[in-house]
Design a protein around this ligand. Structure first.
Ligand SMILES: [Zn+2]
Length: 634
C-alpha cells in the first residue's frame, strides 16, 4: 500500500470542520483536530486521543493560510525533530509522519486553494472541468486524467505567477509539502456518500415536485414510514429510525448510513418502487457495503469500483443531468483512495464527530466562545494525565462528572472470559435447563447436571450480542454462526456459561433475493448484476418465522447482524454489519507490538503534556484564533 508511514513514525491524520452551536448566531467554531493513525481504530477516535491543535471562532470561515500556519510549523518540527519520550530505561525519539487530511468538500477547496464544487475544475481528484447550466454538473461522458501532487504544485506556481486559475488551482495549498495534495486528501464518505448522494436520492424520490417521474415514491411515503418506524435496530445504532416525511431534513449522517446500508433496499422493494431504480440504487448500497469492510482486497475494490462506475454512468439517464453533482462524480474516485488508504471508515469524518459533539457541549453561552472552549479543552486534555491521582483523592460524585469528560476514566464492567476475545457480561445466575433445552444441548455435548449458569449479554468482536430478553425497540439478538463450515443466522434466546453454549432459534435461508423480489430492471447491465445475485452476500433472505431451538457452541458465533422484517414483504432479511472488528485491523500498523503498546499507553499522556494554551489572538472584528501546540515545551 502506498502512503505508509515509516515503521517507527506514528502517522498523523489532520481534520477540520465547521461546527455551528447556536441557531440564533452565525458564529461557527473550526477546530483543527489531529488523530494518530497508529492507535487501533477503536481508540483512535476516542476524544481523549484526539488533539485539538487550533481553534477558530468567527462568523466567517477561517483564512486557511493563517489557520494552518502554526500547525504547518509544528508538523514540520514533529516530523523532522520529533519529541523525546522518557521511559525508565531510555529516551526514545519519536518522529511523526503526516499522512492525510480528512475534510468535507466545503473545507477542502480553500485548504487546497482551488475552486469550490460549483466552479470549473472543482474536482480535487481529477481534471473534469464540469459543465455549467443551472449549476455545475460533472457528467460521466469522458474519463479525465487523475490529478497528481506534482501537477497541482506546478499549477499553483503558474497560477500565482500569472494571477489566474490553472486547472481550478488558485495558488499554493496550506498542505503542500505536508501531505500529497491528491492522494493525501481522501474523499470523506460521510459527506460525499451519506449526506451527499444518499440524501439527494431520497429527497428526489419523495419530493412532490417529481410526482410525474417514474422514481417518485411520495404516494407510498406513509407505508414506507410506517414500516421504517417498525424496525428494531441493534442497541449500538445511535438512533432508532425517524420518519422520512417529518424528520428527513434533520437526519444525522449516521441515520443516512443506517438508511443506506440496512433499511433502504428492503423498504423500497416492499413499496414496489420500479425495479430499474431499485437495481440501480442497489449498486450504491452494495459497493458501500464492500468498501466499509474491515480490510479490503484488490478483488473487492475492483468489484466496488465497477458498481460505482455503472451507478454513475446510469445517473443522467435515470435522473437527468442535475443528478451529476460533484458528490455523485466523486463516487468514481472512492476506489482510488481505497487502494491507497484502505476502507472508507479509515478516513471518514465520522471518527471526528464525537469530538465535535463534545466541543459543542462545552459551549454554554454565545459570548466568549473561544475562551470557554480553550478552558474546557485544556482541562479535558490534561485530565488524562492526572487520572490516577484523581481516583485517589476525589469523591464518587466528582469522579462521575470527570468521567463524563474523559472516556478513559470510565471503568469497564467486569466480564468473564468464555473464549479468547469472547466474554460473558452482565448478570450471571444459576438456572435449570428446561426439557427442550436439555434435549437440544445433548445433541452437541454431554451434560451431567440440570443446574447451570446462564447469562444474556455476550461481548464478541467489540460488540454485544444480547439475548431476546433485551428485545424492545432495539434488538441485538440476531447473529451469524458457523456450522459444518457454512454460515447460518439465528436469534439468541440465552447463553450458558458451562458448557459455553448459545441457545438460539435459527432462520431458514430462502432461495429468493431482494433483487428477484423487486422484479426485472429491463436494462442489460443491471440484469447482469442481478444474475450474479450481488446483494445476497449482504442481504440474506430468510423465512419470517424462525425454526425450533438449537444449541450452538459460543465459539462458533461469528457476528451480530441486523434483521429487517417488513409486513409487506414475503421474507425477512438478515443484513450483515460491514465492520465490527475494527480494533484488530490497521492499515498502516507496521509497529512492533512493543512500540504500539508504548504509543498507546504513554504517548497520549506525554503528548498531552506538550499541549497548552499558548496564545489567544483576537482580531479587531472579534474573530478569535487560538493556537494550542507550542514547540517551546517539546
Ligand atoms: Zn474527478
Amino acid at each position: 500500500m502506498n502512503g505508509h508511514s515509516e515503521s517507527h513514525k506514528p502517522g498523523i491524520i489532520i481534520s477540520t470542520d465547521g461546527i455551528s452551536r447556536f441557531n440564533s448566531s452565525n458564529i461557527t467554531v473550526w477546530p483543527i483536530v489531529i488523530a494518530l493513525s497508529n492507535l487501533p481504530p477503536k481508540v483512535r477516535w476516542n476524544k481523549d486521543n484526539l488533539v485539538v491543535s487550533s481553534l477558530w471562532v468567527a462568523e466567517r470561515k477561517p483564512p486557511m493560510t493563517i489557520f494552518f500556519a502554526h500547525l504547518r510549523n509544528t508538523l514540520k518540527y514533529l516530523s523532522e525533530r520529533g519529541i523525546n519520550l522518557n521511559t525508565t530505561e531510555e529516551i526514545i525519539n519519536l518522529k511523526f509522519q503526516p499522512l492525510f487530511g480528512s475534510f468535507d468538500m466545503v473545507a477542502k477547496a480553500p485548504i487546497l486553494n482551488m475552486n469550490q464544487f460549483n466552479g470549473k475544475y472543482g474536482c480535487p481528484s481529477c481534471l473534469h472541468p464540469g459543465v455549467h447550466t443551472a449549476s455545475r454538473y460533472y457528467l460521466p461522458d469522458t474519463e479525465y486524467p487523475i490529478r497528481t501532487n506534482d501537477n497541482n504544485l506546478q499549477n499553483a506556481i503558474e497560477a500565482e505567477v500569472k494571477g489566474t486559475r490553472i486547472n481550478g488551482i488558485k495558488g499554493k495549498s496550506v498542505l503542500s509539502g505536508i501531505v500529497d495534495l491528491v492522494n493525501g486528501v481522501p474523499l470523506d464518505y460521510m459527506h460525499c456518500v451519506l449526506e451527499g448522494v444518499t440524501k439527494w436520492m431520497l429527497d428526489k424520490w419523495v419530493s412532490s415536485l417529481n410526482h410525474s417521474c417514474a422514481y417518485y415514491i411520495g404516494r407510498a411515503l406513509g407505508r414506507l414510514d410506517a414500516q421504517l418506524l417498525d424496525q428494531c435496530p441493534p442497541h449500538d445504532f445511535s438512533r432508532a429510525p425517524r420518519s422520512i416525511a417529518n424528520h428527513r431534513k434533520h437526519w444525522k449522517a449516521s441515520e443516512f448510513r443506517n438508511w443506506l446500508l440496512y433499511y433502504s433496499l428492503p423498504l423500497l422493494v416492499s413499496i414496489n418502487m420500479p425495479p430499474l431504480y431499485v437495481h440501480h440504487f442497489a449498486l450504491l448500497v452494495c459497493s458501500i457495503h464492500i468498501l466499509l469492510q474491515p480490510k479490503l482486497t484488490e478483488t473487492q475494490i475492483k468489484a466496488a469500483e465497477e458498481m460505482l462506475q455503472d451507478y454513475y454512468l446510469l445517473l443522467p439517464d435515470l435522473y437527468g443531468i442535475s443528478s451529476c453533482t460533484l458528490n455523485a462524480h466523486s463516487l468514481s474516485h472512492l476506489s482510488l483512495y481505497a487502494r491507497i488508504w484502505g476502507p472508507l471508515w479509515v478516513y471518514s469524518l465520522f471518527g471526528f464527530e464525537n469530538l465535535n459533539g463534545h466541543l459543542t457541549s462545552m459551549i454554554t453561552s454565545k459570548y466568549k466562545i473561544a475562551e470557554q472552549l480553550s478552558f474546557s479543552i485544556n482541562i479535558c486534555q490534561s485530565i488524562v494525565s492526572h487520572a490516577d491521582k484523581l481516583v485517589e483523592t476525589e469523591n464518587e460524585e466528582t469522579l462521575t462528572f470527570i468521567s463524563s469528560l474523559s472516556s478513559s476514566l470510565r471503568q469497564n464492567k467486569k466480564m468473564v472470559l468464555v473464549f479468547p476475545g469472547i466474554y460473558a457480561a452482565g448478570v450471571i445466575k444459576h438456572a435449570s435447563f428446561t426439557n427442550e433445552e436439555e434435549i437440544v444441548i445433548s445433541h452437541i455435548t454431554a451434560i451431567s447436571t440440570k443446574d447451570i449458569l446462564i447469562f444474556h449479554k455476550l461481548y464478541l468482536k467489540e460488540t454485544y450480542i444480547l439475548s431476546t430478553r433485551y428485545v424492545g425497540k432495539r434488538s441485538s439478538s440476531v447473529c451469524s454462526y458457523k456450522h459444518n463450515g457454512t454460515t447460518h443466522y439465528g436469534v439468541v434466546e440465552k447463553f450458558c456459561l458451562s458448557p459455553p453454549i448459545a441457545l438460539l432459534k435459527p432462520f431458514k435461508v430462502t432461495r429468493t433475493s431482494l433483487l428477484k423480489e423487486s422484479g426485472n430492471p429491463c436494462r442489460e447491465k443491471l440484469q447482469r448484476y442481478a444474475q450474479t445475485d450481488l446483494l445476497s452476500v449482504f442481504f440474506i433472505p430468510v423465512q419470517k418465522t424462525s425454526l425450533p431451538l438449537i444449541a450452538v457452541p459460543i465459539s462458533n458465533l461469528v457476528s451480530k447482524c441486523v434483521l429487517i422484517n417488513l409486513k409487506e414483504l414475503n421474507h425477512s432479511y438478515v443484513v450483515v454489519i460491514p465492520n465490527l472488528i475494527l480494533s484488530t485491523t490497521n492499515f498502516i500498523l507496521n509497529f512492533s507490538c512493543e512500540l504500539l503498546h508504548y504509543s498507546l499507553l504513554i504517548l497520549p499522556h506525554n503528548y498531552h503534556n506538550i499541549i497548552f494554551l499558548s496564545r489567544i489572538r483576537t482580531f479587531r472584528d472579534n474573530r478569535v484564533f487560538v493556537h494550542y501546540i507550542t514547540l517551546g515545551s517539546c
